[in-house]
Design a protein around this ligand. Structure first.
Ligand code: ADP
Ligand code: MG
Length: 208
């Protein structure tokens, strides 16, 4: 893969909350730094869950980042010596992020994006479908379902809030497999009570 970097490339790491996207982003950043490549790390300014500046994983790994108000600010903050551009929580950006990322790759940068592929209703999140289609390399990773321990592809919101952007942690969200994910808005729209009963696995092992 490394041959791509000199021509620019787009990598996208996606999955639900707690799947290890930020850990994977930090791993790639550290390896680029070991290779003595200058890395700039950006995150949307609205993501201030753990720290105003740092990109922090749920396992408390952290790297310094530059918070930006919008995607075009990434272009303005870019330094000449930078080789690798890492962007966390990329789903929070406006659609201009697609143009920004494409431009960076065309200019020869290696761009690594991490973000949620699906929102709390399990619908494609903002610019993610397009970024995934344009990417040279995609990594879709799983968390562990908090109900049954199976690989989790969805993020369950535990509250009844309906904003798409709602920051929160384990108190507000849980990783869930397809079977244990429940779209509460849909249930409400249909006038039904949320499904309470335990969904039994069909067969076989549920270990990851
Ligand atoms: P993301 O950026 O995808 O939200 P992080 O990289 O911040 O994920 O955190 C991943 C870490 O979260 C895991 O290594 C693990 O320590 C922790 N974790 C907490 N809950 C879960 C879960 N349900 N499934 C998997 N990992 C979890
Ligand atoms: Mg993260």
């Amino acid at each position: 893969m490394s041959h791509q970097y000199f021509h620019g490339s787009i990598e996208v790491v996606c999955g639900p909350m707690f799947s290890g996207k930020t850990e994977e982003l930090i791993r790639r950043i550290k390896r680029a730094q070991i290779a003595k490549q200058r890395v700039q790390i950006f995150k949307p300014a609205i993501d201030i869950r753990y720290d105003k500046e740092d990109v922090v994983s749920h396992s408390s790994q952290a790297v310094k980042s530059e918070p930006v108000e919008n995607s075009v600010e990434i272009l303005l903050k870019l330094k000449d010596s930078t080789r690798v551009v890492a962007i966390d929580e990329v789903q929070f950006f406006d659609d201009n992020i697609i143009m920004v990322v494409t431009k960076l790759a065309a200019r020869g940068y290696r761009v690594i994006c991490a973000g949620l592929d699906l929102d709390y209703r399990a619908q494609p999140f903002g610019p993610m479908p397009t970024l995934l289609a344009l990417a040279d390399e995609v990594m879709k990773i799983h968390a562990i379902c908090t109900v049954c321990g199976a690989p989790a592809t969805r993020t369950q919101r535990l509250s009844a809030h309906k904003e798409r952007f709602l920051l929160g942690e384990t108190d507000a969200y849980e990783a869930r497999c397809r079977g244990h994910f429940q779209d509460n808005d849909e249930t409400e729209e249909q006038g039904q009570l949320p499904l309470q009963e335990e969904i039994k696995p069909l067969s076989g092992s549920l270990t990851n």
